[in-house]
Ligand binder design. Structure first.
Ligand code: PLP
Length: 373
């Protein structure tokens, strides 16, 4: 069956981004790309495979099901779960040789009870107040690990709260201080974690002291900047560092229709034709997670030209004004990506609805095929 709507992922763009990071961090630092959330919408297994082929050392996933999908796809690389692993799934993950992030005593106690060889990473609370172990609670975790030889402390980690939203890294440095304090305590107590990690894409780019020996890059593996602030900061640090967006969201014109000036388009009659012209019907809607907030708010590309969205986004259908554009049935339309000299970026789509590029690509319905080219 022909796919009306598909997402093409450029392997060479993904490779470019991984190589840019590898070059930036050097050979002694592990590159552990995050492939959570269906690889930020790019396709979990496909993206993971390209990253590993391009030189990534590890993979970070959010949840056990993602680790399982990767193992079932034959991926043997080390995998770290950075979200929550339910107590009931710990045995299965250990048997799949998946590394576990620990920040609850209950989790560690269950791991002790299971009694199998396992690699864990402790997550330290340093100022984000998301997951993490409080400094004063650390000794209990340290004791349990020290008293059970089958548990290897493979890493100590934390996560920044305020790095991409600002060009002032004071808060990140405050968290880094707390992180270093926790590492000192752990090492003084006789444990020697192999990896220390806290850097996401932004920190990997702009805060070299946050690299330690392991980085967890996310959004920028896919060619997107964490924010305009990060991009500005990075320009001052390394102008040669470039990213290539990997995703193109394509669909197919399902009808071309002549419409007279003043005629209404779509539900609620919210769009009125400004002149005699034509509209194109595209078979994409909010089911695909093309947001209904894009009603009369945005554009698609057809034959290299911008066609403004006309009327409300429907469940499976949207309309664009193609007056003055040469359009035929089944022409290709681009919702995200390049066509000719025109481009619609995830950042631009994010601006239409006051969100972030992360959300734009991540939300796209998983049912739409991701084709790696
Ligand atoms: C998602 C995530 C990352 C990657 O973040 P980016 O901003 O996408 O680079 C790193 N670490 C943790 C804990 C995460 O949840």
């Amino acid at each position: 069956m022909q796919e009306l709507t598909r997402i093409e992922i450029s392997k060479s763009a993904l490779e470019h981004n991984i190589k840019a990071f590898k070059q930036h961090i050097g050979d002694d630092v592990i590159l552990a790309p995050a492939v959570k959330a269906n690889a930020y919408g790019h396709g979990l297994v496909g993206a993971a495979q390209v990253f590993l082929d391009a030189g990534a050392d590890y993979l970070c996933v959010n949840a056990p099901f993602e680790a399982k999908v990767l193992r079932e796809a034959g991926i043997k690389a080390p995998i770290l779960i950075i979200g929550y692993t339910p107590l009931a799934d710990l045995t299965e993950m250990i048997d799949l040789d998946v590394e576990l992030l620990v920040y609850n005593l209950e989790t560690l106690e269950k791991i002790v009870e299971i009694g199998k060889e396992v690699k864990v990473h402790l997550k330290i609370e340093t100022g984000n107040n998301r997951q993490g172990i409080l400094y004063e609670d650390l000794p209990q975790f340290i004791d349990l690990i020290k008293n059970n030889d089958f548990i290897t402390l493979n890493g100590v980690s934390t996560h920044f709260a305020n790095i991409e939203d600002t060009e002032d890294q004071e808060y990140a440095r405050y968290q880094l201080e707390n992180f270093n304090k926790a590492i000192t305590l752990i090492e003084e107590q006789g444990l020697s974690p192999k990896f220390k990690h806290c850097a996401n894409s932004a920190a990997t780019m702009i805060l070299p002291e946050a690299h330690f020996n392991f980085v967890r890059t996310g959004v920028s593996n896919y060619g997107m900047w964490p924010s305009a602030e990060t991009q500005r900061s990075m320009n001052g640090i390394d102008e040669g560092f470039t990213l290539k967006p990997a995703m193109t969201w394509k669909t197919t014109v399902a009808q071309v229709k002549q419409v007279k000036k003043g005629e209404k388009i779509g539900y609620g009659c919210t769009y009125e034709m400004p002149e005699d012209g034509q509209i194109a019907i595209l078979p994409v809607g909010y089911y695909d997670n093309y947001s209904r907030l894009h009603s009369n708010n945005g554009a698609a590309l057809i034959n290299g030209k911008r066609a403004p969205i006309a009327g409300r986004i429907c469940m499976n259908i949207m309309m664009v004004n193609v007056t003055g554009i040469d359009v035929s049935l089944e022409d290709e339309a681009i919702l995200l990506g390049k066509q000719g000299d025109e481009e619609i970026t995830a950042e631009e789509i994010a601006e239409w609805t006051q969100t972030i590029n992360y959300e734009v690509t991540t939300r796209i319905n998983e049912r739409i095929p991701r084709i790696f080219i």
